[in-house]
Design a protein. Structure first.
Length: 429
């Protein structure tokens, strides 16, 4: 038997109904903040991720699905392509490719699959879904302002509240800019020098190439060492400190709670200044429901003009998990099961189903070869609230037997009153 590849999974109804309702709510919230959707390709040139996310990150060095293209066209031969492990790089590439700076401030969102070769476990998959957003534009558009950071964070708080996610914690940090980073890296290197021989192989490499990445280490024995390393908060320059203070002041003014966590550096290289995660208790070890931050130098590093930006990505799989922990998934079902009874009745039932569905009634349709007992069984299995019998006598009289499957009550309803009858019965359930 061929099964889904390890770390990937099928999403089946009724869970997909929950996914769809989450996405519908999310789109509504994005609308209120005047964000618009962007859809970028699922695969890109490998170079894009190597340059944007960083060679030394776990994502690029260990987790990407990369292949050499087999195209026979000379210009594409041997091109290295990668399934996107995240979407910020693709959005910034699109910003540069389509000169989106002409539009001033861009407020973009996306919903779609991402791919990382991680060890699968609860809340961690090799194909997972992100709901993300990016706010970016030329500095003249206000893209650098702390007001953008606070707006994005307030949007997230609203979104989680609206979805009914309770007990989330916003962890907030500033990881400074290129200016601060040089001094901080130097301090980290110095602090690591005497202890690094005791650390894991990855950390030994990181200490030399990109010391900030030492904070991504998950090896338990290394944690006491990492705990004692200098913190970025001690190295912020005046503009970065002011920017961070203003983000916090706006958050306080709008009443969004946060915790400062000066160990939070995020696992991707493009970040500068504000970095954040929202965590949630129900998720266990994989407790980050979303993460994001500012990436003011990213566009330049991909060959574009200055385009400060800030964004986030929610792990949709984890969001749905958290929702499932909170409430049982409601079963979305049919309002009515239409049961044709006897030869020639499929046609009549189809006509009736078309009328009802066009007026917004959710209808399932049986088959004229089913005996009445089988129709009732099917209706119950589909979770229908009513069964509607379409037999020769009913068609002649244009009056139909409508039975409420929960209460057992049966009534004769003229065709013209069916919609209203079914609707009032559904809403009272
Ligand atoms: P990230 O922290 O790598 O950031 O991922 C964001 C979220 O995606 C995580 O908090 C988690 O909920 C979810 N996630 C990541 N990996 C997996 C996985 N293997 N299985 C399930 N869920 C996962 C980014 O991707 C950045 N592009 C976010 C961003 C946008 N920063 C600025 N703009």
């Amino acid at each position: 038997m061929i099964k889904a590849v390890r770390g990937t999974r099928d999403l089946l109804p009724p869970e997909t109904d929950l996914w769809n309702s989450v996405e519908a709510a999310v789109r509504e919230v994005f609308r209120a903040y005047n964000f618009h959707e962007i859809r970028t390709p699922v695969f890109e040139e490998t170079q894009l991720f190597a340059r944007a996310v960083g060679e030394e990150t776990d994502v690029v060095s260990k987790e990407m699905y990369t292949w050499e293209d087999r195209s026979r066209a000379e210009s594409e031969k041997g091109q290295s392509l990668t399934l996107r492990p995240e979407n910020t790089a693709g959005v910034v590439r699109a910003y540069i490719e389509h000169k989106l700076w002409d539009r001033g401030l861009n407020k973009l969102y996306y919903i779609g699959p991402q791919f990382r070769r991680e060890r699968p476990q609860k809340g961690r998959y090799r194909q997972f879904y992100q709901i993300g957003a990016e706010v970016l534009g030329p500095p003249t558009s206000g893209s650098e302002s702390p007001a953008r950071d606070a707006e994005v964070l307030e949007l997230l708080a609203t979104l989680l509240d609206r979805l009914g996610i309770k007990n989330w914690t916003l962890q907030l940090n500033s990881i400074g800019c290129a200016n601060d980073r040089a001094a901080y890296n130097e301090a980290l290197r110095k602090a690591l020098e005497p202890v690094v021989p005791k650390m894991c192989g990855d950390c030994q490499r990181r200490a030399a190439t990109n010391p900030l990445r030492v904070f991504d280490c998950k090896v338990p024995e290394d944690q006491p060492i990492i705990e004692k390393l200098p913190r970025i908060s001690q190295y912020l320059d005046e503009p970065c400190r002011k920017h961070f203070e203003e983000v916090q002041a706006i958050l306080k003014s709008v009443g969004v709670d946060f915790q400062i966590n000066d160990r939070l550096v995020r696992g991707l290289d493009y970040y500068s200044r504000t970095a954040f995660e929202f965590t949630h208790g129900a998720l266990g070890a994989q407790n980050a429901i979303l993460g994001g931050g500012r990436y003011d130098g990213l566009s330049e590093s991909l060959g574009g003009p200055s385009a400060p930006g800030i964004g986030f990505a929610i792990g949709e799989d984890r969001l749905v998990l958290a929702l499932q922990e909170a409430t049982a998934t409601p079963q979305a079902s049919a309002d009515v099961y239409i049961a044709p009874l006897g030869e020639g009745m499929n046609r009549e039932a189809a006509r009736l189903a078309r009328e009802l569905r066009r007026q917004g009634i959710v209808a399932d349709l049986g088959d004229e070869t089913f005996r009445l007992k089988k129709s009732f069984e099917s209706a119950t299995k589909q979770g229908a609230r009513f069964i509607l019998i379409v037999g020769e006598n009913e068609v002649k009289a244009d009056v139909f037997a409508l039975k409420n499957l929960a209460s057992g009550e049966q009534v004769q309803v003229p065709r013209g009153e069916l919609v209203q009858r079914i609707r009032s019965g559904s809403s009272s359930q």
